[in-house]
Design a binder for this molecule. Sequence first.
Ligand code: ADP
Ligand code: MG
Length: 278
Amino acid sequence: MSPLLEVDGLVKRYPLRRSLLGRTKESFTAVDEVGFRLERGETLALVGESGAGKSTTGRLVLRLIEPDAGNIRFDGTDLRTLPAAEMRRMRLRMQMVFQDPYSSLDPHLPVGDSVGEPLLIHFGTGRKERERRSAEMLDKVGISTSALQRYPTELSGGQLQRVAIARALTTEPAMIVADEPVAALDVSVRAQVLNLMRDLQEELGLSYLFITHDLALVQVIADRVAVMQQGRIVEEGTVADVFAGPREDYTKTLLAAIPDPVPRSMRPGGARMRIRSD
Ligand SMILES: Nc1ncnc2c1ncn2[C@@H]1O[C@H](COP(=O)(O)OP(=O)(O)O)[C@@H](O)[C@H]1O
Ligand SMILES: [Mg+2]
């Protein structure tokens, strides 16, 4: 079977200065000829320092921003040439989870409504069915249904990120682009959210493009890793290979910066915490 996602030659430039007529005079290449594949059911970590172009890459993949060059194939469909209406439909199958769960949840809506909202927007699904589905999704992410009526400010950061994941899952995506999904969480709840993501992946066959500046997380969550530096992918391989024998000096530097040791609870096969809503 073909990969779920194939990206090649992806370029994104941002204007630095404009001429008086508004033409771009100089530009800065945030994403520079980036290419990678994401197989079905696997996690590819996109790592690199702040400013490397990771978030821009994630947004390009979903066509939340338009690339200046390159190709994106998702499940056999060329996204670059896909008309807007079809792209919107396609996006149901490719969701994004952000660092800050507040950004994807409406502060004025009970979280249960937020979780069901994509069904309303895309399918006009009725209230009863939306509520049933919200409860089902929240249960999947370990949030008790009593939280359905609560507002975002009433939940902890970890709970909110679970809710954001539940919302992303309502449209039954094949892929989730997770941009620093645990970076804003207390260290104590990071492992729980990562474990949840792994469990959901196993259960639903999800593919993750997992964006992080933190190489310590890569060992926990990813199958393969692509290292980004100044807009380019400088090294790519299985997590085992890259960690055992990094080729690039840049990767070695990133690896050397990992605080040691990675807590047992966060290592693959380590003790896994099971939590219900906390
Ligand atoms: N909308 C934008 N306009 C101009 N420059 C941007 C914009 N978005 C990102 N950049 C720049 O592109 C580079 C890559 O940003 P980003 O993709 O957010 O990096 P990362 O997620 O790896 O930290 C940075 O130098 C950033 O300042
Ligand atoms: Mg970023």
